[in-house]
Design a protein around this ligand. Structure first.
Ligand code: TRP
Length: 444
């Protein structure tokens, strides 16, 4: 629509950027510890079903709305529904993006810290590392600054090029680690925990966690994929792109589990230990494996970069909104939103032992500011946003109109497939999410 709106360099560039947004700490940090807390294999199964039935349809829906309107989430919703309350959903996306970014950058900071910790063989444990307020704020600020610099330079810049080399490297290093992890004595118990579902462990809580993780990992529910779709032209095949993005994201998460769980059981740690899981377990295997220091340094660098290709999409939503709707320059929008994120992230940074108040605060069964923020914004708001988005796209805009847009760029039109999407987005997604959400409020 607008002449000067930037677009992705190439189709591959877009898929890499979208996969880059999806693949991040969600796969390697959040997925394993959430699986560990929610019964292992039973959770993995629920998660896979959520990706298939809800994640992929919502991903297609977001990309479609973005491409059709060529706008940020707030603008996209206003284009379809100029009056009324729907646009609040767009603002919810902007707010969730900033809130997720605030604690995501704290965790990404741990990754940067671990590059140096591994390199200099600092043996202090994870708990001590994150309880240090100087470490916490320092690495948080470094990561947030990197995110800001990339977003200022626009969508096409270096990240598209870098992802092309670095994402395959992350894949290879994970593959190598899987082989190593599987050879450790005691690995079998880990595999069993991770892959042999105990169906009695599936509860409302598991389903909420699985659904929340699907939204988080695929970057859904707050308009990041609307925004990324808005930089697309009509020659891109949305269905195959979405499927490819979801498959690669899921593959990386499943692989991360195959590294962590065998190693976890081999070193005799608890799967239910929460957010520290990966940072506690991985250094242990880097310590004992051949060339472990190099592998470890390399691994944490790649993880930090994977986090960076995700964090830019969290910030990009707010920036696109401020640029499109408030007529900010890209630079000013980025500076302002990064500044706000910095203040919002401080409580999370101090919530790992540095400040007693932020560490011990508890709400919804979660303890500590970071964990609470992750629950409210990284799980609940995304899932809720995803429900409203599927209602908005399936009913308010109309699945049939959306399908007209999806058809541009398809290799060949499969009516059956489009009908399945129509059914999933209008009925399955809203209804399942609705019941899962009721469960949070203990209505069952
Ligand atoms: N998906 C990313 C990860 O797995 C995190 C992320 C990026 C995200 N953009 C998002 C999560 C938008 C939710 C919404 O690490």
């Amino acid at each position: 629509m607008t002449e000067n709106r930037s677009q992705w360099g190439t189709k591959v560039g877009f898929i890499l950027a979208a996969a880059g947004s999806a693949i991040g700490l969600g796969n390697i940090w959040r997925f394993p510890y959430t699986a560990g807390e929610n019964g292992g294999a039973a959770f993995v199964l629920v998660y896979l079903i959520c990706v298939l039935l809800i994640g992929i349809p919502v991903l297609i829906a977001e990309l479609t709305l973005g491409r059709y309107t060529q706008r940020n989430p707030v603008g996209a919703i206003k284009t379809i529904s100029p009056t009324g309350l729907w646009k609040i959903l767009g603002y919810l996306g902007v707010i969730s993006g900033i809130m997720i970014l605030s604690y995501y950058s704290v965790v990404a900071g741990w990754t940067i810290g671990y590059i140096f910790k591994t390199a200099f063989h600092q043996t202090s444990d994870f708990g001590t590392f994150i309880a240090n307020p100087i470490n916490e704020v320092f690495y948080f600020v470094i990561f947030l600054t990197l995110t800001m610099l990339v977003v200022i330079s626009g969508v096409k810049g270096g990240i598209e090029k870098w992802s092309k080399i670095l994402m395959p490297l992350l894949f290879l290093i994970l593959l190598g680690l899987i082989f190593y992890s599987l050879t450790l004595p005691g690995a079998k118990a880990g595999i069993k925990f991770y892959l042999q579902p105990d169906f009695s462990k599936i509860t409302g809580r598991t389903i909420l966690a699985g659904l929340g993780q699907a939204f988080f990992s695929l970057s859904l529910g707050m308009g990041a994929m609307i925004t990324y779709g808005s930089y697309l032209s009509r020659t891109t095949n949305l269905v195959s792109s979405a499927t490819l993005v979801a498959l690669s994201d899921t593959l990386i998460a499943v692989m991360a589990g195959l590294v962590i769980f065998p190693a976890l059981f081999a070193v005799g740690m608890e799967p239910t230990q929460g957010a520290g899981l990966v940072f506690n377990v991985l250094p242990k295997i880097f310590e004992q494996m051949p060339a472990g220091t190099i592998v470890g340094i390399f691994f944490f660098i790649l993880l930090a970069i994977a986090a960076l290709t995700s964090s830019i999409s969290l910030l990009e939503v707010g920036v696109a909104w401020a640029v499109d709707e408030l007529k900010f320059t890209r630079k000013n929008a980025t500076l302002l939103l990064t500044g706000i994120t910095f203040f919002l992230g401080i409580p999370s940074a101090l919530s790992q032992g540095a400040s007693k108040f932020f560490t011990e605060i508890s709400l919804f069964d979660r303890i500590g500011f970071l964990d609470i923020a992750d629950f409210i914004f990284g799980s609940f708001a995304l899932t809720f946003g995803g429900m409203l988005l599927s209602i908005f796209i399936g009913w308010k805009w109309g699945a049939n109109k959306a399908i007209e847009e999806i058809k541009f760029g398809l290799f060949k039109e499969s009516t059956t497939l489009l009908n399945i999407w129509n059914f999933l987005i209008r009925f399955v997604c809203p209804v399942i999410i609705f019941f899962v959400l009721l469960n949070i409020f203990k209505i069952f």
